[in-house]
Design a binder for this molecule. Structure first.
Ligand SMILES: [Fe+2]
Ligand SMILES: [Fe+2]
Length: 170
């Protein structure tokens, strides 16, 4: 799959370790990973809408409605990275999430796996926003804004399948 502008590492390889958050490079590593998660979400929901016809009435329309929101999340992180002089392709990222999602055997499996990953991503975004609140409130605001939308995204798994993330774990 063509993931440009990102550079994706080989399936069996680990992406490079994140550098310290106190450095611009370390912030770039976290923002790149977050941007790629949003980018994968755009592709994953687009794929799922076409792929799964075994889901409850309304879920595919809800997935489709989320695609522009994931695109807005991606654009917001990308724009903030550009303003900070951080490059999307400075280091490789992993597409493990996409490979796992596309191994879903049915719509329920996809929905819950996606919601779990969105819940985790949301927690990571909130942690990052808290760490940046003093020294980079503009970047923090980007992640807080995204976290608001992700509450609704994660809630789809509860609405359709009764699945909720375990607090503190997810
Ligand atoms: Fe998102
Ligand atoms: Fe999302």
């Amino acid at each position: 799959m063509d993931w440009r502008p990102f550079i994706v590492c080989e399936p069996e390889a680990q992406p490079p370790r994140m550098r310290g958050l106190r450095t611009p490079e370390g912030l770039g590593d976290r923002m790149r990973t977050a941007a790629f998660a949003e980018y994968q979400a755009i592709r994953a929901f687009t794929w799922a809408v076409a792929r799964f016809d075994d889901v409850p009435e309304g879920l595919r329309a809800d997935w489709a409605a989320q695609i522009p929101e994931e695109a807005a999340h991606y654009e917001a992180i990308k724009a903030r990275m550009e303003a900070l002089g951080l490059a999307l392709d400075a280091r490789p990222v992993s597409d493990r999430l996409s490979r796992a999602l596309m191994a879903s055997t049915d719509g329920r499996d996809f929905c819950i796996h996606m919601a779990r990953s969105e819940a985790r991503g949301r927690q990571a975004g909130l942690r990052l926003a808290a760490q940046l609140s003093q020294r980079d409130p503009q970047t923090a605001a980007v992640f807080l804004r995204i976290a608001e939308d992700e509450i609704r995204h994660v809630a789809l798994a509860d609405r359709y399948y009764g699945w909720r993330p375990e607090l503190g774990v997810e």
